[in-house]
Design a protein around this ligand. Structure first.
Ligand code: PMV
Length: 318
């Protein structure tokens, strides 16, 4: 057993997509926000050890690469760092904590990838800037999700509200911070159905291939929604943002990624005075994002959703 030494901590943030899931995959812009929930990873050097250890407080498991090399965490570790030739990849222990749950549609894997990248950056004094952290975390996201747009790891890196456009030529994505004119009070409601992002992205691809003309019309409607949304977010036009969210949701429904539970949550939210509501993330389960007038509105909607058996939490975006 080696001797533990002082460690280095890294954080990656959870996210909500406010506009643009699925559309961002095809290079259209999206708006997303990093929120005040995170994965935190502490990396420690372990002297005289050639193993890698994870002490995962979230999943309550202790792993060693020598015994558990098939575990996804080791795959992520190698996807992220193997090209960094001079970076040690042995004799390290990672301690994982988080204040949100995995599989909750808030981008746990992206937050994990960013947190471990920052922890390694600090432990081995690499002086990586956010851009490099984001690039490395994306390599991990590709293991977790196939070929993601990159919006999740970008939010997990910056932790703020951003305008995001994937570069379809595999060059740098466009990422710009957005300052909200007013605080946005959201409820994030969980359908209780776990989705597989990769599968839902495939479903949309199939829709696109089989309905080319319809898909083009949907994309052009979406473009106009997101460009109006950007202005309204900056201006603080909460009512307009809500209307645009509803319109964005109808387009997602046309793509076929809504389901009965999502529709039910939206009906309940609208009945309780929601300003707007839509799928957030891949859909077919996962979460619904509901815009409320203020904190009172959030509470009213949360109580009603909980009464109907759904889990829901408050989120403030600014
Ligand atoms: O993994 P989720 O549920 O947060 O969805 C990610 C958003 C998608 O646009 C559906 C996929 C992507 O890569 O951007």
């Amino acid at each position: 057993m080696g001797v533990r030494m002082a460690g280095s901590i890294g954080k990656g943030y959870a996210k909500v997509i406010i506009f643009g899931e699925h559309f961002v995959v095809y290079g259209l812009p999206g708006v997303a926000a990093g929120i005040d929930k995170f994965v935190q990873i502490e990396a420690q050097k372990v002297k005289d050890s050639d193993d890698v250890l994870f002490d995962d407080k979230v999943f309550n498991e202790k792993l060693s690469e020598k015994k558990d090399s098939e575990n996804i965490k080791f795959k992520l570790l190698h996807a992220i760092f193997d090209k960094e030739e001079f970076l040690p990849k042995k004799g390290i222990k990672f301690i994982i904590n988080s204040n949100f749950s995995a599989g909750s549609g808030m981008g746990y894997s992206a937050a994990f990838c960013v947190a471990i990248t920052r922890a390694m950056n600090n432990l081995f004094s690499q002086d990586w800037k956010n851009e490099k952290i984001n690039e490395l975390a994306y390599l991990g996201e590709c293991v977790a999700h196939g070929k993601p747009s990159g919006i999740d790891n970008t939010c997990a890196t910056f932790g703020t509200t951003i305008w995001f456009e994937k570069n379809m030529q595999e060059e740098k994505n466009k990422v710009r911070p957005i300052k909200c004119g007013k605080n946005l009070y959201f409820v994030l409601a969980d359908t209780g159905i776990k989705h597989n992002t990769k599968e839902v992205v495939e479903k949309v691809k199939k829709f696109k291939e089989e309905n080319k003309k319809e898909f083009d019309v949907i994309c052009s409607d979406y473009k106009s929604i997101v460009s109006k949304a950007k202005k309204e977010i900056q201006f603080g036009g909460v009512i307009e943002i809500g209307k645009l969210m509803n319109q964005n949701h109808l387009l997602l429904k046309q793509l076929g990624v809504s389901n009965e539970q999502i529709d039910q949550i939206i009906r309940i939210a609208n009945f309780e005075g929601a300003i707007g509501a839509k799928i957030t993330g891949a859909g077919m389960g996962g979460n619904v994002l509901i815009l409320c007038e203020n904190e009172k509105g959030q509470e009213k909607i949360i109580n009603s959703l909980i009464g109907k058996g759904f889990e829901a939490i408050k989120i403030k975006v600014n």
